[in-house]
Design a binder for this molecule. Sequence first.
Ligand code: AP5
Length: 231
Amino acid sequence: MALEQRPVAKLDRAVIFLGPPGSGKGTQAKVLAGKYGVPHLSTGDMLREHIVKGTPLGLKAKPIMGRGELVPDSLVLGMVAERIEQPDCSHGFVFDGFPRTVAQAKYLGEMLKRQGFKQPFVIHMVIGKALLLRRLTGRRTCKVGGEIYNIYDRPPKVEGICDNDSGELIQRPDDREEVITQRLHAYEKQTAPLVSYYRRLGALHEVDASKSVQEVQQEIEQAVASISGAR
Ligand code: AP5
């Protein structure tokens, strides 16, 4: 583990990244999870892994994700429950892209209570639509380690090749403009209501996600340190 990734303190709860496609959830969730030494749980990555492996779940999810719609709760909830019951999740974890519906949030709340976790801490990534298209169409992801780049704002040193492990950089099939429009629509309709849901629970922290990666990271780290006692 790299020096800067050595865990600094215990997290003792779930941190949830909530925000529209392209707001930087994956970029920041990965760093935060590394900092606390807890798993980064991206339901999008889990579903894509099922698709690559050709599992029954992957076969059902593939056309739905290809259209930019949400995968039904009936498929997602079991996958998440199975994952957070693993021993590496016993000191907390960072969710990226889950929950995405009020039903998912309620299910998660019950599950966390049963497992003795405190109320989750939700980071709301606030950003205008104009920036999202540039971020999503410019995104490239390493096929090997999953590192996230952007051809406009965060290019690799060598085009198409990951700086970390020389893996091939690929574009996600749902990062085409017509699918992005549908993903943004699904966010507004099904996921945005979670902002007021978590605000009512007093668990929401808003971050200006239009700032640079480093500025956003700093703001998130300060917010999480204030609830976890980390320095
Ligand atoms: P998922 O994989 O979760 O995608 P998403 O929510 O659409 O979010 P993205 O991964 O597109 O964006 P992000 O916010 O993580 O941004 P990133 O950090 O990559 O879901 C995909 C699909 O799976 C869904 O459509 C759905 O079908 C299904 N699914 C997943 N979870 C589900 C669930 N719970 N229920 C039902 N269905 C589910 O950054 C984007 C780009 O911007 C990158 O290029 C990055 O380098 C750049 N960038 C990031 N931050 C900055 C910054 N501060 N400044 C400049 N550039 C930046």
